[in-house]
Design a protein around this ligand. Structure first.
Ligand code: AMP
Length: 395
């Protein structure tokens, strides 16, 4: 059988990220991003071994943009596409694994819209467009939340009256599951430990950040909750704050809920603390130059991350090591060093030279002798979505 090709699609409200994954090739034959969808500035960027190209598609909606993308994908796939894998943000309690998209499963994703009012409708518009364009191809939904459906109630319930969970689904769901699943399996592979008998702390640190306790290949706890706002300091998200902050800001400043929600999601985190940027690269340079806001943002980010990892250890039966991933986790030796400085009591000690070596896609173990394992593992959500799609095709 020739190596199969899967198209992976991640639809946002005004964007489509896509990648063609060939099961036998380490790099993607074609990938790209459509931006500003639905506006006069709509544009699609394509990237392949042949180079980069941008094509303007003014006022294209999701379907029109996908209609431009698909012929190039088919071409790059040698005329043979085997399936399409879609990232879906929220699967609620219904989806504990990736699933074939049928009328029934699509109705269940629709039913979860109130849990992810910004993300799920965008994911669905991509799915419907792809089904319209390729009705004969199998399509698969891969959920950010599914990996965390193994959390026990003591990790996922909030201490609020039960009817809010039972009647309205208010509980902790967690996100980044596709990445956390991919890197925890890679960590086991890299160290020769069996996935089904291993315990890992994982830190996914990108624009969004979360930690996870992965025992025997299953999520036991994670730092994000009902929404991705809970937990760590992120690029523009505050992470945990006192829940009474809403009432305080309303009472003292007269702010309404929409303004407070915007503040906590878009104006806080690294950006709010530093007063400079949400981008860790910019902050690293500014910190080196002594910018007080950048210094503070870096310190709070690392301390809160360490605190969260220590808390996650409560979810594990055994601890084989700590895994860093995501743009910051894979590249910032300084963040890893500062964070681990707070975690000596868990038995982590860094090898500075190995730490400095692991950037820009270089993976490896970075602990000093006598320390528990510390790994840098580049994530690859597209590859994991394609693997899930292939597994469902085989089934
Ligand atoms: P992601 O969402 O996984 O693409 O990660 C984005 C974050 O990774 C941003 O905060 C970037 O500043 C950060 N990042 C990427 N490269 C580096 C680097 N070399 N050093 C520090 N942070 C980086």
């Amino acid at each position: 059988m020739p190596a199969r090709n899967i198209l992976v699609i991640n639809c946002g409200s005004s964007s489509i990220k896509f990648a063609l994954v060939n099961e036998a090739q380490a790099t993607f034959p074609l990938q790209g991003l459509a931006e500003c969808i639905g506006t006069a500035e709509a544009v699609i960027h394509f990237e392949s071994a042949a180079g980069k190209e941008s094509v303007k598609v003014p006022n294209a909606d999701h379907q029109a943009a996908l209609a431009q993308i698909l012929p190039r994908v088919e071409d790059a796939a040698g005329g043979h596409l085997d399936g399409i894998g879609h990232r879906v943000v929220h699967g609620g309690e219904k989806f504990f694994a990736s699933t074939l998209l049928t009328d029934e499963t699509l109705a269940s994703i629709e039913a979860n819209i109130q849990l992810a009012p910004l993300h799920n409708p965008a994911n669905l518009s991509g799915i419907h467009a792809a089904i319209n364009l390729f009705p004969e191809l199998p399509q698969v939904g891969v959920f950010d939340t599914a990996f965390h459906q193994t959390m026990p109630p003591h990790a996922y319930r909030y201490a609020i009256p039960g009817f809010l969970y039972e009647e309205h689904g208010v509980r902790r769901y967690g996100f980044h599951g596709t990445s956390l699943r991919f890197v925890s399996r890679r960590a086991a592979e890299m160290t020769g430990l069996p996935v089904e008998n291993s315990g890992w702390l994982v830190a996914h640190l990108g624009n969004g950040c979360s930690t996870c306790a992965v025992q025997n290949g299953e999520s036991r706890d994670t730092s994000m909750g009902l929404t991705p706002l809970e937990g760590l300091v992120m690029g523009t998200r505050s992470g945990d704050v006192d829940p009474s902050l809403h009432y305080f800001l309303n009472r003292t400043l007269g702010w309404d809920l929409a303004k407070i929600d915007n503040l906590l999601n878009k104006e806080s985190g690294l950006k709010g603390l530093s007063g400079l940027s949400n981008d860790m690269r910019t902050l690293a340079d500014a910190r080196n130059a002594g910018h007080p806001g950048a210094v503070l943002a870096f310190e709070v980010f690392c301390y809160r991350l360490a605190k969260s990892l220590a808390a996650m250890s409560c979810g594990l039966d055994s601890l084989d090591g700590l895994v860093f991933t995501g743009g910051i986790g894979e590249n910032s030796a300084a963040v890893r060093q500062r964070t681990l400085g707070h975690l000596k009591l868990l038995g982590f000690k860094l090898d500075d030279a190995a730490n400095a070596r692991c950037t820009r896609g270089v993976s490896g173990e970075i602990q000093a002798e006598g320390s528990r394992r510390i790994l840098v593992v580049p994530t690859n959500e597209e590859r994991q979505i394609a693997l899930d799609t292939l597994a469902l095709l085989d089934a």
